[in-house]
Design a protein around this ligand. Structure first.
Ligand code: ADP
Ligand code: MG
Length: 359
């Protein structure tokens, strides 16, 4: 739920180049008030640059950024009412925890009693009550991350920006903090933009995900839609696992080799297309149950035990392969032939997704 003071953000046609390198290319983005939106993309795609523009540390070459109805391009960072958590935390090593958290309040000339009260509340919020007098070098990575978060929250900003705040933490702590940050967001209702290159993190935390590629937003949608209905091979490969088969569409009919493929979703234009196949959507079909399925015959050429699932590679001949996952328990494996036996795989029409072939 959005808090009363949460702001929406309009990024319009924002462009930034360093020399001949265009880092952001006419980016349009609308973030709703109180939303948790994640910028997800590979290293070098422009995520940090976009965040720095929202924070006010980098100015775009052209375009507009509105917080609510206010144009902020010429506004200094401390006047934007934005809390920022940097990738490396950027804590002041010579100040203790309380002084670090108090810093933005001192910048704003808050009174001493009010500072003390707010710092206590911020420490509470990130579950570090009693840590105010500690030195930064006495804290673990996870605790430093919480101090950085408390410092970003302490002045009750209307917008919170976070640049890969969990990337230095080990997996277990990272997953714990993902849920904690999400809980905190729900409590505060502040408009939040979160940067990560970790697709699972983005899926776990976000209301919506903006997938960014080479300075452009490739797709903006809910985690569920981004995963199930990617609009391009780039998005499909970046989020989740998938294999692709080349198919041809003529007269509105899609064929893989000579077999007609029925696809869910919007019709695609005639020409070459890609059939996207998610490993967990593939079913193992026995001869009788082909009805209503798109079927592919092949041979098992590899199987890898991965704990909860078994990853199976099926060769369709002619250089094509499909990867599937079955639960690594007896139920999942019962239906699986031994050795390099032939196998028929099926995909329901609803799970059959066609993508434009960009290359
Ligand atoms: P990301 O955060 O997605 O990894 P960045 O926004 O940091 O990407 O960088 C995007 C591109 O812009 C990279 O190619 C990077 O080298 C370049 N870049 C970023 N900042 C500068 C700068 N100050 N000067 C020159 N190039 C820069
Ligand atoms: Mg970055």
């Amino acid at each position: 739920m959005a808090s009363a003071s949460a702001l929406d953000i309009h990024v319009r046609q924002v462009t930034k180049a360093y020399g001949a390198v265009v880092v952001l290319d006419r980016v349009d983005l609308h973030v709703q008030a109180g939303e948790f939106l994640t910028l997800l993309g590979p290293s070098g795609s422009g995520k940090t640059t976009l965040l720095m523009m929202l924070a006010g540390f980098t100015r775009p070459d052209s375009g507009s950024i509105l917080f609510g109805t206010q144009e902020v391009i010429r506004l200094a960072p401390q006047k934007r009412d934005v809390g920022m958590v940097f990738q490396n935390y950027a804590l002041f090593p010579h100040m203790n925890v309380a002084a670090n958290i108090a810093f933005p309040l001192r910048l704003r000339k808050t009174g001493a009693a009010e500072i003390a009260r707010r710092v206590e509340a911020a420490l509470d919020m990130v579950q570090l009550a009693g840590y105010g007098a500690r030195g930064i070098d006495e804290l673990s990575g996870g605790q430093r991350q919480r101090v950085a978060l408390a410092r970003a929250l302490v002045f009750e900003p209307r917008i919170i920006l976070m640049d890969e705040p969990l990337s230095a933490l080990d997996k277990q702590l990272r997953e714990l903090m993902q849920l904690e940050l999400r809980r905190l967001h729900e409590k505060l209702g502040t408009t939040t933009i979160y940067v990560t290159h970790d697709q699972r993190e983005a899926l776990t935390m976000s209301d919506r995900i903006a997938v960014i590629n080479k300075g452009r937003i490739a797709q903006l949608d809910t985690p569920r839609h981004i995963y199930s209905k990617p609009n391009s091979r780039f998005v499909a490969e970046f989020i989740g696992e998938s294999t692709f088969l080349n198919v041809a569409v003529t007269g509105g009919v899609c064929r893989y080799r000579d077999t007609v493929i029925k696809a869910g979703g919007a019709p695609v234009r005639d020409g070459r297309c890609l059939l996207m196949i998610r490993p967990e959507q593939v079913r193992i079909v026995d001869g009788a149950a082909r009805d209503g399925m798109n079927c592919f015959d092949g041979r098992i050429v590899g199987r890898v035990f991965q704990g909860d699932t078994m990853r199976i590679e099926v060769d369709l001949g002619g250089g094509d392969a499909i990867t599937l996952r079955v639960p690594a328990n007896s139920v999942g494996l019962q239906s699986l032939p031994d050795g390099s036996d032939s196998i028929t795989l099926g995909l329901t029409v609803a799970d059959t997704t066609l993508l434009p072939d960009e290359r």
